[in-house]
Design a protein around this ligand. Structure first.
Ligand SMILES: *[C@@H]1O[C@H](CO)[C@@H](O)[C@H](O)[C@H]1NC(C)=O
Ligand SMILES: *[C@@H]1O[C@H](CO)[C@@H](O)[C@H](O)[C@H]1NC(C)=O
Ligand SMILES: *[C@@H]1O[C@H](CO)[C@@H](O)[C@H](O)[C@H]1NC(C)=O
Ligand SMILES: *[C@@H]1O[C@H](CO)[C@@H](O)[C@H](O)[C@H]1NC(C)=O
Length: 368
């Protein structure tokens, strides 16, 4: 993926990685009530499936494509780690804040064979999709970055549990206090579709299949012994610089009061409404993002432009993205919501995570 220098539209789509996540901690100005608010849930492990919203280093360990993506280089990682870790932001992600809120170490990527997996594993891969590559191909949708879609990640999970449990009963016992995050995933299925020319109607017709793949992931997690499962929804994608740039219009009624594209937000809401919310808990990334937007506006953040990027109203250009030659990085990423036009800054994730931890706290029934 390299790079940002390609002018071919297809290649540039490779940079579009994906979406989302969620939960806790000390946003500046947010009052900290408890520094480990999820500790009462006594999670001893976290298992994460998903895409670039939660990848902490899997994609950059994939050859040849992943290792050569911009995510493997600075400025990715410049703020917290002072080095690229494979996280698609300047620093920590929502899953990092969730782990911290639970009093656990940061979640290691599955592809790091030297990692300590006693407190869980991160199977998420930036650029991955809910539907398998071959299924997308039948719809003439090309998945450019990785073949490690949700079903592949679930196979890894199965392999991992086979290696740590002697039998099903032992796994159920071991996973009794584990938190499972099934997503955010599915955002890329729609990203690739829309940037490869599909209409909103065509995207809408994909929703049942995408949701089915996510529900299937939940079913698989349950079959391993998972009891506490969070299924995060998609962001209000009509607020992201990548979409605002691609679908910019002079028609003022296309925008809502936050200058976000209404039709794309409606689509994200439609997808989210189909996600299961019965036994498992719904991770409301959509409203967490809206909270962040309101917060950011009242504290004078730049809510429009990407910190790392160049060009146009939103400092975003699909052919010249963050990490490419000559692409500037803002001096104060903590004053921006968007890191690279697609993903949020550490500060953005921190504030969203704070809202989410609070929102999910009761839903997780930790007091029982
Ligand atoms: C930065 O990360 C890379 C791997 O992603 C590693 O090889 C290198 O040693 C790290 N550099 C520092 C200064 O930590
Ligand atoms: C995905 O799989 C196909 C066929 O199996 C292969 O040609 C392609 O290179 C793979 N893509 C990536 C990004 O690994
Ligand atoms: C919006 O209008 C301006 C002139 O009023 C024009 O230059 C620009 O190209 C228009 N943009 C779009 C996206 O239609
Ligand atoms: C994006 O950048 C390319 C080359 O870097 C340039 O040709 C193109 O006009 C830019 N597009 C916009 C919308 O600014």
């Amino acid at each position: 993926m390299a790079a940002s220098t390609s002018s071919s539209f297809k290649n540039s789509v490779m940079f579009i990685l994906v979406f989302l996540i969620s939960f806790l901690s000390f946003a500046p100005h947010l009052r900290v009530i408890h520094s480990h608010p999820l500790k009462i849930c006594t999670f001893d492990q976290i298992y994460q499936l998903g895409d670039s919203i939660s990848d902490t280093g899997n994609l950059i360990r994939e050859f040849p494509v992943g290792a050569s993506t911009a995510f493997a280089r600075l400025p990715y990682g410049e703020t917290f780690f002072k080095n690229a870790t494979g996280r698609c932001s300047n620093g920590l992600l929502m899953i990092d804040y969730i782990a911290m809120a639970a009093g656990l170490p940061l979640l290691p990527p599955y592809k790091n064979v030297d990692a300590d997996f006693r407190h869980g594993v991160n199977f998420a891969v930036a650029g991955s999709t809910a539907l398998p590559m071959e299924v997308l191909a039948t719809k003439h949708i090309f998945s450019p970055v990785t073949n490690s879609s949700l079903n592949v990640q679930l196979d890894w999970m199965s392999t991992h549990f086979t290696s740590i449990c002697r039998d099903h009963r032992e796994c159920v016992e071991k996973l009794r206090s584990a938190l499972f995050m099934v997503g955010e995933v599915g955002g890329n299925d729609y990203n690739y579709a829309i940037f490869q020319g599909k209409t909103i109607e065509e995207l809408t017709s994909m929703v049942p299949e995408v949701v089915n793949a996510i529900v299937d992931g939940v079913r698989k997690a349950t079959s391993f012994g998972a009891t506490r499962i969070v299924v995060p929804g998609n962001f209000p994608i009509g607020c992201l610089p990548i979409y605002k740039t691609a679908f910019q219009t002079n028609i003022s009624t296309a925008y809502d009061e936050n200058q976000c594209l209404k039709q794309l937000n409606e689509f994200a809401k439609y997808h989210n409404a189909q996600l299961p919310n019965a036994v498992i808990v719904y991770g409301d990334y959509y409203n967490a993002y809206q909270f962040l937007l309101k917060f950011a506006k009242s504290y004078g953040f730049d809510t429009e432009r990407a910190c790392c990027g160049i060009g146009g109203k939103y400092s975003f250009n699909m052919t010249t993205m963050c990490g490419g030659p000559g692409v500037p990085v803002c001096e104060d990423p903590h004053r921006y919501m968007s890191w690279d036009g697609v993903h949020l800054t550490q500060e953005g994730y921190k504030i969203m995570a704070g809202w989410l931890v609070h929102d999910m706290f009761n839903k997780l029934l930790c007091h029982f």
